[in-house]
Design a protein around this ligand. Sequence first.
Ligand code: A2P
Length: 280
Amino acid sequence: MTEQRPVTDTAAQPVLPDAQTVTSVTHYTDRLFSFRVTRPASLRFRSGEFVMIGLMGDPDPRTGRQKPLLRAYSIASPSWDEELEFYSIKVEDGPLTSKLQHIAVGDQIILKPKPVGTLVHDALLPGKRLYFFSTGTGFAPFASLLREPETFENYDEVIVTHTCRDVAELTYGANLIADITSDEMMIELLGEENLAKIRYYPTTTREKSAKMGRITTLIESGELFTDLGVPPLDPATDRAMVCGSLAFNKDIAALLEAAGLHEGANSEPGEFVIEKAFVG
Ligand code: A2P
């Protein structure tokens, strides 16, 4: 369910340090939601980067003072968007997300306008095929990159894998792909030919769906490549961006390295890059 309301001047009055105003909130499941906030005029970022966002914590019982409670969040919106979008998990006893999940339109959050991150095109060498490997809320940076024209310019194919526990958890990613491939403005911006490069490969591990299994297992068995009709991973042609839990990132990195791909960074581009999906 999405709550949306135009932001009025009064709603946009900042009272917190680095405050931004919530403009919409969408809940997908009891574990996942997304929201949009106003964008600070000074904030420039590269699609795929993250910022620190949060709320004021509870008052210290002794001093009564409140400290900001901040976590790293990938920006899920593209660099050209006038608002900022975030995709978040709800952790019942998570210091931040237990509160953040209750935000409503007009509320304020703290946003430090200092973007950083490794899931950026500059950190990859040129290639033919770009893979986005994600689990859970690790889809967020790819929601940004999939709306960025540069993503498509240098590749023939953009293969987007997303593994979640159940089908409902795939909704945010599935909606995003359906939207960008059907919305007139997005088709004009990204180009019909470019959008045709997207190969979406969602999988579930705990509920029956069209494709089941961890993506790591499907890579190891070769099923991913057979399903897509593409050759196995090859450092000469394939590039990858990875975002998920620590264990997922480690397992995918091992598979990419076994195929001869090397991790890159902003300062030294390579064949794949990794970012942790942040929770808490
Ligand atoms: P599984 O259900 O087998 O644990 P979560 O919601 O716990 O973050 O997990 C998101 C998805 O990522 C789940 O489908 C989960 O599969 C999968 N997953 C978790 N760890 C790994 C891993 N090390 N390698 C591949 N997939 C993983």
